[in-house]
Design a binder for this molecule. Structure first.
Ligand code: PRP
Length: 204
């Protein structure tokens, strides 16, 4: 038996579709935290995306499906990132109202992605202050608590509606499959079988 953690929210629908194409139908049940599928040896659990690296690292779930944005920020390490599912594509970008990249030095940047923001700043020898927020990042420049933001951009509508412009793409993001390190060995056959199955069907 393998247990796979799926993120709730926007990605969930796309993942469910990918699984369906691979012939795996979820037997969702609103009252149950763990539910089965059309494959009798594969179970699923819906988790908060940001918690998935932890659940996988602890071996509580064998496999996790999660955005690369979350993996960039996690401190957990006890997993292998084995596959790019090429769904949930978006980008992690720097944005602002009017400001340019050349004005970053000495500025403030609001983000839910402090690690990746800090990486970009240090790689470019820029000294700026990162203000860590948990959500609604676009509001920060509007309310005047930051000059820039670093956030996920998909259609660009949220930026546009809030009078912000995408200035620079820091990272292309997509959905990844991660496997607990020891489960990769102890459940190798089942894990491999599942990976091969969704791998051969992901091009649609
Ligand atoms: C993400 C991101 C932006 C928005 C971008 O938020 O933080 O706010 O999507 O998408 P767009 O370019 O298509 O408008 P999400 O809805 O995932 O929730 P969050 O604000 O809690 O991060």
């Amino acid at each position: 038996m393998i247990l796979i953690g799926l993120p709730k929210g926007r990605l969930y629908k796309e993942i469910r579709q990918l699984l369906k194409i691979s012939g795996i139908d979820l037997k969702e049940d609103k009252r149950k935290l763990i539910f089965g599928s059309s494959e009798k040896n594969i179970q699923f659990s819906i988790l908060r995306g940001w918690d998935i690296p932890k659940f996988v690292s602890y071996g509580a779930v064998d496999i996790g499906i999660v955005g690369k944005d979350v993996l960039l920020e996690t401190d957990e390490e006890n997993f292998f990132e084995v596959l790019d599912l090429e769904i949930g594509k978006c980008r992690l970008s720097l944005a602002a109202k009017e400001k340019k990249v050349s004005e970053l030095a000495g500025s403030t940047i609001a983000s839910k992605f402090p690690k990746e923001t800090n990486k970009y700043l240090s790689e470019n020898f820029i000294d700026a202050e990162i203000i860590e927020l948990k959500g609604s990042i676009e509001i920060a420049p509007i309310l005047g608590i930051s000059d820039f933001i670093v956030d996920l951009v998909n259609t660009g509508n949220t930026l546009k509606e809030n009078g912000l412009k995408e200035i620079k793409i820091l990272k292309e993001i997509s959905t990844r499959l991660i496997v607990n390190k020891s489960k990769f060995r102890t459940k190798n056959k089942e894990v491999k079988k599942f990976i091969q199955r969704i791998q051969s069907d992901k091009k649609y």
